[in-house]
Design a binder for this molecule. Sequence first.
Ligand SMILES: [Zn+2]
Length: 358
Amino acid sequence: MKDDVLNVCANTYLQARTIFLESTKASGYDTTGYLNDEKVFTSDIDLYTDVSVGGNLQSKNLLFVLSGTHGVEGYIGSACQAWLAQNTCAFNGKFKIILIHAVNPFGFQFNRRVNENNIDINRNFEKGGIARSDELLNNMVHKGLRPNSYRKYNYLNLVYFLSRCYIRFGVRKTQSAIQQGQYKYADGAFYGGKYSTWSTKLIRTVLNIYKNQFDNCFFLDLHSGLGKYGAAEFYVAENVNSDMYKRAHNALGSVVTSPFNGNSSSCYVHGSLRSEATKILGSKNTIIGTLEVGTYGKLTVLQKILKENYIFQFGSLNDKDQISKELKNIFYPPDLDWRAKYIGHFNKLLFDYFESLK
Ligand SMILES: [Zn+2]
């Protein structure tokens, strides 16, 4: 198992792309590369989102797997996609498989969660973005988390700041305001942007091709960093009484969570890729969700995201290099057991779904 894991795990975006392209090609997938030509950044290499289609092309059971919506989380997502490509025959022609590799290739290449304009793609699918939480709370939290002070990302200062928010607004509400993101401060963390990004438009175009073209559809956007170390949750942002939630729960069991059920590490996020997929593909005969596997805990992850955001914008080259490695380790732990666990969770979801269609 460990050798198999090593074979699909990369250390750079380019390496990940090569493993992905070789694995899909060897299994007969047809791949189209979309060049990110926004050109607001300088990069020696061309950055692509690749869309590979394979499996049984006649099948009306669609399986979508996406990686790198949060760029740096793309390492483990890419490993899963390569793994699936290499093991496509295990599904006996049951699925037509669409793999979208590196939704946010800039973030993947530069070890950021966000894109070249500091925009969080997973908050960008609602045009003009609306902050849903209490305005006072939202202002306090997101103004407070802006990268305008070197001291801010110090662990103790962050704890002190969050405690003040908790006392005033409550823990759940504060965490929800942070996760829902903001549309006001372009230099801030969790910024959803004021226009549709290159990635957002591309995803919409691809999803629209498959609209009404299936009998069943299983859609997974692969993320990491939320929840307990190595533990998985498949987050379906639907009410627990909805048909999709019940369908997901019947097929996949207790790994399925919902922000409406109180059993998820995440709050409801507007403008997410997952909610856009539900809008386009519909909720009839679909299961649309996010696979999350936890790493180092909420506060550690938040502190690292804020520190990275500050240093990326204001730090020295050396500091940037260092924080980029730290952020990568937070979302893609070097620990082989964690990586094997992630691929194991992913594999189980696919096989449980496969079994549920029999
Ligand atoms: Zn993520």
